[in-house]
Design a protein around this ligand. Sequence first.
Ligand SMILES: [Zn+2]
Length: 437
Amino acid sequence: MNLATKIRNVIALLLIAIALPVAAKNSIDGIRIWPAPENTRLVFDLKEKPEYSYFSLNSPQRLVIDFNDSQNLVTLKNLIKTDKRIKKIRSSTAKKKGGTRLVLELAASYKVMVFPLVPAGQYGNRLVVDLIDQGRTNAKIQMPVSNKRDIVVAIVAGHGGEDPGSIGAKGTYEKRVTLKIAKKLAALVNKEKGFKAVMIRRGDYYVTHNKKVDLARKNKADLLISIHADAFTSSKPSGASVIVQATRRANSEFTRWISNRQKESELLGGAGEVIKKTTDKNLAITLADMKKEHTAASSYEFAQHVVKQLKKVTKLHKKKPEGLSLAVLKSSDIPSVLIETGFISNPYEEKRLNNSAHQQKLAKAINRALTDYFYQNPPDGTYIASIDVKKHKVRRGESLSVVAQRYQISVGQLKLANNLTSNVVRIGQTLKIPSVH
Ligand SMILES: [Zn+2]
């Protein structure tokens, strides 16, 4: 290196040293604001990785952010138009020369989170400021898991005590088989999140019809399932069948009814209250009738699910739900079905009904039927109703917060439902939208 080169290098270094305080190393190139129901996200787009510090001030509430060695290239005036948490962004005297101090004037005190993000996709270096409503976020996210009631399934093991039910050729008692299947079913139901089983009979004793209905009502059962095993004078008949209370209506009418179910549910949502309060006798009778028929239609719909599932594990005696007039099905306010799990009078089925693995298969089929049914028709106020999942396809220009805002949920809930670890979504991606009613 000759002297001339050395001198040139020294001059170059001096020029850089002189230039530094004038042209800051970093710059704020953009500010984006994302208001959401429970938080506002403010994103600073920066040329370089930010060096920053921040602190809060009270009365009035402010958040002060210092960007070291940075200049602000964004016009702050009129930047905040409608956000309910940030009233204004203004600049103030920088902490250090060459830096930028920005002051966020806030509407209230918020939980503040400030963190940098490295370049990703279309975005460069960012500094993110989250202003989160105090005490709301957690409560709202936890609401669907804690505040909603379980769907209650009342399980009646047929017969019991001095009433053995049918007795097979090999001496199998129906009352014992039904209790075993009922217990297996209850265990499966209780394992399902959002479901609870109530055993109407727990041991070898007889429960009167009135007591059964009474227990189901007391436990606010959404569904009543009676488990039985069939018998006939001949050993030939075999297969399972599902029985619902016979009504004036033909089953084809129920099928039509089921397709209009949504409307009916809305209409009947408050029917009980109207029936109690109205002075219009005709209206009360009409509503009570409709309620009864609505229960019958629900029973039939559930029975169809049971038939569909039982078909996979056993032969069917009747291929469709059968309408019979039976005392156990007559509690008009709770959808009820009776399941004949097979013929105890048939030697082959007697053996199978005694088999623990087969009992488990039957219980699994019934459990599958009731989860399918209730996921399609969740009663109001239940956990299952609250997790009713919609789908959303991400369109151009939509970020997570835009989608969250559209469905009135938080970004956190959206990320939780979709197992997302970052906030990046791509166009065409399908997001599950957990709706909290
Ligand atoms: Zn029976």
